[in-house]
Design a protein around this ligand. Structure first.
Ligand SMILES: C[S@@+](CC[C@H](N)C(=O)[O-])C[C@H]1O[C@@H](n2cnc3c(N)ncnc32)[C@H](O)[C@@H]1O
Length: 190
């Protein structure tokens, strides 16, 4: 999987459901010494991300860059990954599917977290942001059932700061609607 990048030795990040790609774009630009894979099945989101790239980078030379897109369900991609591949996984504002009859559509469930644990290397990071308090509780209590994932927050301020100061489209929507955003980061000790 690392072989899709020109420099295989760099830390490898995965962003799941990058939407319009603001956060992915910011990090890929800010950290040229890291590689990034973004997974997003939503066609318009992928198009928006590619047009962001095209405004900043030479489109003819994108292969030489540190970012790749997987335009489908991330579960298929993760299923093909070897153990201990990734250094960091970000899931920014996963769909909360608030209605109970839709809960089974939620991406983050026990099997999915097991897979994230498998593909993250020791000391790798799992970062999840949400603006939905009910989903926040569900995600926290689910991940706390995985003793190898250690939540990094030591005070409320730690989980209210957007990573890298970047607001995604969903973070902006939440702020306009007056909802608080929560940023959960876990280190994997295995
Ligand atoms: C609420 S949006 C958040 C988008 C973006 N991260 C943001 O913060 O603006 C959730 C995103 O997750 C994507 N998504 C949902 N299921 C997915 C899956 N199985 N694999 C990859 N992306 C998925 C959706 O297409 C959608 O773009």
């Amino acid at each position: 999987m690392r072989r899709v990048f020109p420099n295989l030795a760099l830390p490898l990040n995965l962003e799941i459901g990058f939407g319009g790609g603001e956060y992915l774009f910011h990090r890929a630009q800010a950290f040229p010494e890291q590689n990034f894979i973004g997974a997003e099945p939503y066609e318009n989101g992928v198009a928006k991300f590619l047009s962001l790239l095209a405004t900043a980078w030479d489109v003819e030379a994108l292969e030489a860059r540190n970012v790749r897109v997987y335009d489908d369900d991330v579960r298929d991609l993760i299923g093909k990954m070897p153990n201990n591949l990734l250094d960091r996984i970000d899931i920014m504002f996963p769909d909360p599917w608030p209605k109970s009859r839709h809960h089974r559509r939620r991406l983050i469930n026990h099997v999915f977290v097991q897979e994230l644990e498998r593909v993250l290397r020791p000391e790798g990071m799992l970062c999840i942001a949400t603006d939905h308090e009910g989903y926040l509780e569900v995600v926290l209590s689910l991940i706390q059932r995985f003793p190898n994932f250690c939540w990094q927050a030591s005070c409320a301020a730690d989980w209210q700061k957007p990573w890298y100061g970047v607001h995604t489209r969903y973070a902006e929507k939440a702020e306009i609607a007056g909802r608080r955003c929560y940023y959960l980061d876990f280190v994997l000790k295995k």
